[in-house]
Design a protein around this ligand. Structure first.
Ligand SMILES: Cc1cc2nc3c(=O)[nH]c(=O)nc-3n(C[C@H](O)[C@H](O)[C@H](O)COP(=O)(O)O)c2cc1C
Length: 342
């Protein structure tokens, strides 16, 4: 298998393997660059490359591979269902510096699943079987899958796992919700464990990893090789390092309010494009602050005020009102604020 050494090194490290989850329009090159400065993940998934009969590789997503700012291994994710196009895209991608190619079987966006791609494929196990077979044959580097636990009913998860087990995939990331669940509370860690026990490849647990103590608990409860973290890393870019500290038996370092304030300013400077208008840049950074905001105050006042800002100065003032202090901030999400978002 090509590129197998980097893959073997990734999986041989002690403790949970920590992956940054793919998040379309959020975990782009700029965010990778920023999160890496806070310690970063062990492996980075790209946003999905959308694959259709006439698709070409998205240049912006490709940049996170060709100009990877983290120096850590990258997994390129595909979404689609057209087998010849998926094979063509996978072959093209494996000429770039990636350690693996991933198939998205979880996207809950109606525009995607109605076309029977992403999470929509979980309704058609035989089609999943055909896609996995074709991709496994075509891909010479490690091949991974990211799935949810079903389309609208987790009862069929066993059948989905049976199909995965028929193909020698190299890693499975399981988001413990169905597609119909979207992001509702109640991740089925028990079913992630079922996957870890059923599969012969390593499994990553995904869904609501939000604190260092919670991360280790989920890791142990699911008996997985590691954890995949999305929204938690946008809310708290220190989280990967905090988990490593917790695993080493140290007390995780919580950032003081002013450090969080600096993170918000850095977000503005890195994830927004200076060529855009100030209002467009404010809108862009709000995408990330919507995740951060559920971890600032229990009443949701930060979220409320932040969403109404229209300039960088206003945004900075609101952030300073909540965070211009030296007290440690845990950045754990308030359940009621999270639930209101789903
Ligand atoms: C805004 C957003 C974009 C996402 N984009 C993708 C994607 O491109 N590919 C994918 O497999 N999952 C995507 N997901 C799902 C995440 O990778 C992850 O499975 C989910 O957020 C649960 O993990 P978390 O609780 O750590 O965020 C996205 C999620 C969000 C909130």
């Amino acid at each position: 298998m090509r590129g197998g050494e980097a893959w073997a090194r990734l999986l041989a490290q002690p403790g949970p393997v920590l992956a940054l989850a793919p998040m379309q329009d959020v975990t782009d090159w700029a965010f990778w660059n920023l999160v890496h400065q806070y310690g970063g993940a062990d492996v980075y998934y790209t946003e999905f490359f959308r694959v259709t009969p006439d698709s070409r590789l998205d240049r912006e997503i490709l940049r996170s591979i060709t100009h990877n700012p983290t120096g850590r291994p990258v997994i390129a994710q595909l979404i689609g269902n057209d087998i010849p196009a998926m094979v063509r895209t996978a072959k093209e991608l494996q000429n770039h510096p990636i350690v693996a190619i991933d198939l998205n079987l979880g996207c809950p966006a109606p525009v995607v699943f109605k076309k029977c791609a992403g999470g929509g494929l979980l309704r058609e196990p035989e089609r999943v079987h055909a896609i996995l077979g074709a991709l496994r044959d075509a891909i010479e580097i490690p091949f991974t899958v990211k799935t949810r636990i079903g389309f609208d009913d987790p009862q069929h998860f066993d059948k989905i796992l049976e199909i995965f087990a028929r193909h020698p995939i190299d890693l499975l990331a399981v988001h413990g919700r169905t597609v119909a669940d979207r992001y509702r509370p109640g991740v089925r860690y028990d079913l992630i464990r079922t996957a870890a026990e059923a599969m012969s490849c390593p499994v990553l647990a995904n869904g609501d990893v939000t604190s260092p103590a919670g991360a280790l608990e989920i890791w142990k409860d699911t008996a997985t090789r590691g954890l995949m973290i999305g929204r938690g890393a946008v809310r708290n870019p220190w989280l990967f390092q905090q988990i490593r500290q917790a695993f080493a038996g140290e007390t995780p370092t919580l950032p003081p309010g002013r450090e969080v304030l600096r993170y918000i300013e850095s977000l503005f400077d890195t994830v927004t494009d200076p060529d855009y208008t100030e209002l467009e840049r404010v809108h862009r950074v709000k995408k990330h602050l919507n995740f951060l905001g559920t971890g600032i105050d229990a009443e949701g006042l930060f979220l409320h005020q932040m969403r109404r800002t229209t300039s960088r100065a206003e945004l900075s003032r609101v952030a300073a009102d909540f965070l211009d202090h030296d007290q440690p901030v845990a950045l754990e999400p308030v359940a009621a604020l999270e639930a209101a978002r789903t």
